[in-house]
Design a protein around this ligand. Structure first.
Ligand code: MG
Length: 412
């Protein structure tokens, strides 16, 4: 053994140990392994009901995720995931996600509340991973293809009889939005003959057309208009409305029929020139496979806070991209979830536009994160800070806490 090798083999700092120490210094991904120590939840009523989850680690870093819509019941489900997360390395996001999903095959892991609870956890893991390696999350999802995310405003100012409606529509336009959406399904329409059956009468269809015409006339022609029917109507109505709305050159008509029967959605799409959009009530890649294979829609709109998470949304968007189909995510969550969605939208080539639904809760929206208002003239700039780049302003967010719920309580 030569002198050098003898020195290294007897030295406390051998060559491999020295190399490991050096790597740990220069590469954040080689830092001592993180371990998940706790998961804490909070429940908020913003636009609808949202569950927030924080995943804590042994190094003081935590990640923050948010889920919505089918999130009722998510808190006990998230608690049931603890045994699969505590003690694990949070940077292995795909492995943890797949473990929770496959462990739930008999517990409803194909969709609905189980997947929504898993979604909240997955989103928190990405925020955590970004903070741990010092990178914005879009960088972990493939890097960004755009700096700014186009946002459309969902508003209820479409009733021609509302004396305020025109001014409110003009206000949305003056805020810089380049697209907006209205809902034309109306359970209380006096022209409805039946409280259960959703076949629209001529009177109902006339009302719908009148509302769309009113918004179209009130807004600059350059502003895109999307129209939602919330999957309530039958196939005949869906087709009739889609055809009647053709002259308005809509950005899309959303869920003219329920989401479950893909063949019927395709029938509606094939009957009209109006672009058809669906997907907010579908889960995982599996939920979108048939929709895309059967060319049942022109645009897909997964809800990123319930469909399976950020990476799952990216995979769904990539599937859609192989059919040259745009990706326009549904989004009704706080600035935290919205910004999480923006990191996906920044990384996805076929992104079209992202929903924003908090115009009626503007004060809470603007104060919800420490960074303040994140929308500027109808666009969100994706921050270069580690993680999602926004942090909850607890004082403001807590004003919307669900009464009787716990607030990021240790061990909950
Ligand atoms: Mg909708």
């Amino acid at each position: 053994m030569d002198t050098r090798r003898r020195f290294l083999s007897t030295s406390a700092l051998s060559l491999p140990a020295l190399s490991r120490a050096l790597q740990a210094q220069i590469s954040p991904s080689r830092r001592p392994k993180l371990k998940i120590t706790d998961m804490r939840t909070a429940e908020i009523r913003g636009h609808g009901y949202q569950v927030h989850v924080r995943i804590h680690t042994d190094q003081g870093i935590y990640g923050h995720g948010e889920a919505t819509d089918s999130a009722q019941g998510a808190v006990p489900l998230i608690r049931s995931f603890r045994r699969m997360l505590v003690g694990q390395d949070p940077l292995n996001v795909e492995a943890l996600w797949e473990r929770i999903r496959t462990m739930g095959i008999f517990a409803g892991a194909q969709g609905g509340q189980y997947v929504t609870a898993l979604t909240a956890v997955e989103i928190a893991l990405w925020d955590l991973a970004g903070k741990a390696v010092g990178l914005p999350v879009y960088q972990l999802l493939g890097g960004k293809v755009r700096d700014r995310i186009r946002v459309y405003c969902d508003s209820a100012n479409h009733h021609p009889d509302d004396p305020q409606a025109k001014a409110k529509l003009k206000e949305i336009e003056s805020m810089g939005f380049t697209a907006l959406k209205i809902d034309i399904d109306e359970a209380g329409d006096p022209a409805r003959y039946d409280r259960v059956n959703w076949t629209a009468s001529n009177g109902e269809i006339d009302r719908m057309v009148k509302e769309v015409a009113f918004v179209r006339e009130s807004e600059d022609k350059k502003v895109d208009l999307a129209v939602d029917m919330h999957g309530r109507y039958d196939a005949t109505t869906g087709k009739r409305v889609a055809i009647e709305l053709e002259p308005f050159r809509l950005l899309w008509l959303e869920e003219p029929v329920p989401a479950e029967n893909v063949d019927v959605m395709r029938d509606v799409r094939e009957s009209t020139k109006t672009p058809i959009c669906a997907g907010e009530n579908l889960f995982l890649r599996h939920g979108f496979r048939e929709l895309l294979e059967k060319r049942a829609v022109d645009i897909i709109m997964p809800d990123i806070q319930k469909c399976g998470g950020l990476l799952e949304a990216r995979k769904i968007a990539d599937m859609a991209h192989t059919y040259y189909t745009p990706f326009a995510p549904h989004c009704v969550v706080s600035p935290i979830g919205t910004m999480a969605s923006c990191h996906v939208c920044a990384a996805v080539p076929n992104f079209l536009v992202l929903e924003w639904h908090w115009i009626s809760r503007l004060k809470l929206w603007k104060e919800f994160v420490k960074e303040g208002e994140i929308i500027e003239r109808g666009f969100i700039t994706v921050p270069d800070r580690p993680g999602f780049g926004v942090e909850m302003n607890e004082e403001a967010a807590r004003t919307a806490q669900v009464p009787g719920s716990t607030w990021f309580q240790e061990g909950r």
